[in-house]
Design a protein around this ligand. Sequence first.
Ligand SMILES: Nc1ncnc2c1ncn2[C@@H]1O[C@H](COP(=O)(O)OP(=O)(O)OP(=O)(O)O)[C@@H](O)[C@H]1O
Length: 368
Amino acid sequence: MNLKLLSIVNFRNYEKVQVEFTPGIHVIVGKNGQGKTNLLESIYYLSCTKSHRIKDDRSLIKNNSTFFNISACIEKQGKEIEIRCNLNESGKNLFLYRNPIKKVSDFIGFFNAVMFYPDDMNLFSSTPKRRRQFVDLELGKLSKTYTKTLNDYYQILKERNSYLKNDTIDEIFIDTLDDQLIALQLKIVKQRKKFMDDILSKSEDFYLKLSGTHGKITYDYISDVNYDENEEVMKSQLYEKYKKNRKKDLYFKSTSIGIHRDDYMFYMNGEEVNTFASQGQKRVILLSLKLGIVYAIHEITGEYPILLLDDVFSELDEERRKKLLELLPKEIQIFISTTDMIQIENSNNIHYWKIDNGMIEIMRRNSQ
Ligand SMILES: Nc1ncnc2c1ncn2[C@@H]1O[C@H](COP(=O)(O)OP(=O)(O)OP(=O)(O)O)[C@@H](O)[C@H]1O
């Protein structure tokens, strides 16, 4: 999959920009605050219908404007496809082949992009919620069933939490909600673990080559229940837990166990990443995980996603940069943002762009 044409109107510091991209590696060079991340963010937005760094979409609209528009022509399985995201005063509008798309879940997964940006480095030290969001978002791009099951779970959880606030409680009704939550949570954990096992196995080779060590990245799924048992055992363990915690839940008026509280703990050669790994090692681990996701997307969809490397490529030493580009298949279209010009050797299809105050222009092309 390739991004062939990107048009941005009133997005962040871009007023009106239209750029044609060819396959290969695109290095986006510019001083601080010129719009490098904004450009990558617009591509990511088309993929996920949200920004990778802020929650409130309205702050993406250019100052003193009332809407933004991001549209692109992408090349997928030999076909050219037009996609568009627009935000105006009445809300968000999505289009595929010029047809309006009502449900976000029908749009996500159509144009896949994987982003690695500086704040990703906080994944290991951040909250369990952040780690859950990381997995839920990436897995959601690949599996509509997962997104649906997760939405159903949160819907029932909301119902249970609001029911717990009542003065009189029907225990049988809570039992029914618990039954539904348990059934959904078993499905969710199964998919989460399968996905993590898959991306870790796909990232293994990258990690070995990029880190230059013989170790492994592993993880633990942290939960109140041991999910490695067979399904019937897990079910009865969960029933027991829900029953045991009910008094507490009624007191705090909130559900104390479930997949909304689970977490992931990462290890590098058996040592906990958060407390043991250096910044450089964390960067290599994260990069390997992201590349594992790139490969998982390729396996499921038959297309490589676009890879967006915001400000992180320049943080790698020259040997690792070289190795990374050697390891990545040439079919992956990559966008790299950097403040300083970086020379990339051994790669034929490289395009250097200059960004200055929301204007983008080609500086140099090295293509075969
Ligand atoms: N809604 C907006 N309207 C207009 N300008 C905006 C808006 N949001 C952000 N900006 C501007 O965009 C610029 C930041 O762009 P961006 O984050 O892409 O910088 P960058 O080139 O990646 O810089 P750095 O190297 O520092 O990361 C800033 O000048 C900021 O004022």
